[in-house]
Design a protein around this ligand. Structure first.
Ligand code: SF4
Ligand code: SF4
Length: 214
């Protein structure tokens, strides 16, 4: 991608985009996609395995499927962070991104700065960029297993339940308003896809309220 950077505009804005979430990597951001090399890179602690949630309706049944990719790690989030409310990127410093322009994930350099920070726009469709991870779903699944001991399905279910709980309990610390709005816009579809996890989260939430009242 041609270099488009405007440090003054981003400095004045204060990193609005980076406060919503870390930016997305694409496969060619990495020198090696060998599974052991990726494992070591993830172990450094600055990147998470995350997922884009694909919602489908099959014969009146709502299904939610995680599509795995890598993203700059968010504050207080794990190496495997399949679904959670996004928080500020852990690489953001008071003077901007800790990475040089050349080291920055493609999702970051894809964003064109516009004064004020509200009208910045992507040069390439971010969803299309994420789809470049399609042929790496198996190795990424194996990495999820290595880091968590869980299958992607089991880890995703766990994360879905925790997300329901966090929304019910309004655990919004460090979460940008625009992210809260994004999560709320998809929560109903997730409840339809994962009713048991929603009921578990609701039970946990009610139990926590009782403990607070006592
Ligand atoms: S790209 Fe836009 S939103 Fe991000 S820091 Fe720069 S001006 Fe702000
Ligand atoms: S890696 Fe840099 S550009 Fe990307 S979100 Fe984090 S601080 Fe912003």
């Amino acid at each position: 991608m041609d270099k488009i950077e405007n440090k003054d505009v981003c400095k004045n804005c204060g990193g609005r985009c980076c406060k919503k979430s870390g930016c997305d990597y694409v496969p060619h951001d990495f020198n090696s996609l060998n599974i052991n090399d990726l494992y070591n890179k993830l172990e450094e602690g600055n990147i998470s395995i995350v997922s884009a949630v694909i919602i489908d309706k099959i014969k009146d049944k709502t299904m939610a499927t995680p599509f795995l990719y890598l993203r700059a790690r968010n504050m207080n989030r794990e190496i495997v962070d399949l679904l959670s409310m996004k928080t500020t990127c852990s690489m953001l410093r008071s003077d901007g991104c800790s990475y040089s322009y050349e080291e920055r994930p493609t999702g970051g350099i894809n964003f064109v700065p516009v004064e004020g920070g509200k009208d910045c726009y992507p040069r390439e469709n971010p969803e299309k960029l994420i789809m470049e991870w399609e042929r790496y779903q198996k190795p990424l699944s194996r990495l999820v297993k290595r880091f968590t001991g869980m299958s992607v399905e089991a880890k995703f279910r766990e994360d879905v339940e925790q997300l329901f709980y966090d929304v019910l309990a309004e655990n919004y610390d460090g979460v940008a308003e625009v992210e809260i709005a994004d999560v709320k816009s998809m929560i109903l579809q997730l409840v339809l896809a994962y009713p048991d996890e929603y009921n578990n989260a609701l039970k946990r939430y009610k139990a926590s309220r009782k403990l607070l009242v006592k």
